[in-house]
Design a protein around this ligand. Structure first.
Ligand code: MN3
Length: 194
């Protein structure tokens, strides 16, 4: 059974003006779709043809198979990390955990922005849950917490293709828009295990 490209969890213009339908047409319609197509080409006719996406990622050596599988998973997780009318602050158990691990919600946002802006080149910034609490993790290229035993709660894609059409080189403005208008705290809370 081939790996499928999941539908976007909202209309392609639902995150505008922060992330435009034009960006979506490339980022989801071209980049994400290409990772799915590439992955299916790599697993077709192999022992992995019926494997789950997660099992492929955890079992893959560094290289094309890992990169395409991880990018399929990362992008699906990224679309769900945003929602129309998002932003604001988390609540409940997740808010308490963020305050415990980072000192305050604002301190978390400051560090998340700094790490997102400071990730040199292409990659991702994640909020992850581990045994000692919550942490912000930066990964390079296609790398993903799933490959390292980490439980992701949220992510932002900081590859240039995520923001260049809307923000050009202004990655800080893209990260601000994500935190102020897009971040889906309900999704993060659903991923969090109290
Ligand atoms: Mn991307």
């Amino acid at each position: 059974m081939a790996i499928e490209l999941p539908p976007l969890p909202y209309a392609d213009d639902a995150l505008a003006p922060h992330i435009s339908a034009h960006t979506m047409s490339f980022h989801y319609g071209k980049h994400h779709a290409a990772y799915v197509n590439n992955l299916n080409g790599l697993i077709e006719g192999t022992a992995l043809a019926n494997a789950s996406l997660e099992d492929i990622i955890v079992g893959a050596d560094p290289g094309g198979l890992f990169n395409n599988a991880a990018q399929v998973w990362n992008h699906t997780f990224y679309w769900n990390s945003m929602t129309p009318g998002g932003g604001g602050d988390p609540s409940g158990d997740l808010a308490a955990a963020i305050e415990s691990s980072f000192g305050s919600i604002d301190a978390f946002k400051t560090q998340f922005k700094a790490d997102s802006v400071g990730n040199f080149g292409s990659g991702w910034t994640w909020l992850v849950q581990n045994d000692s609490g919550l942490a912000i993790v930066k990964t390079d290229d296609a790398d993903t917490p799933l490959a390292h035993g980490g439980k992701a709660l949220l992510t932002i894609d900081v590859w240039e293709h995520a923001y260049y059409l809307d923000f050009q080189n202004a990655r800080p403005a893209y990260v601000d828009a994500y935190l102020e208008h897009l971040v889906n705290w309900e999704f993060a809370a659903a991923n969090y295990s109290a």
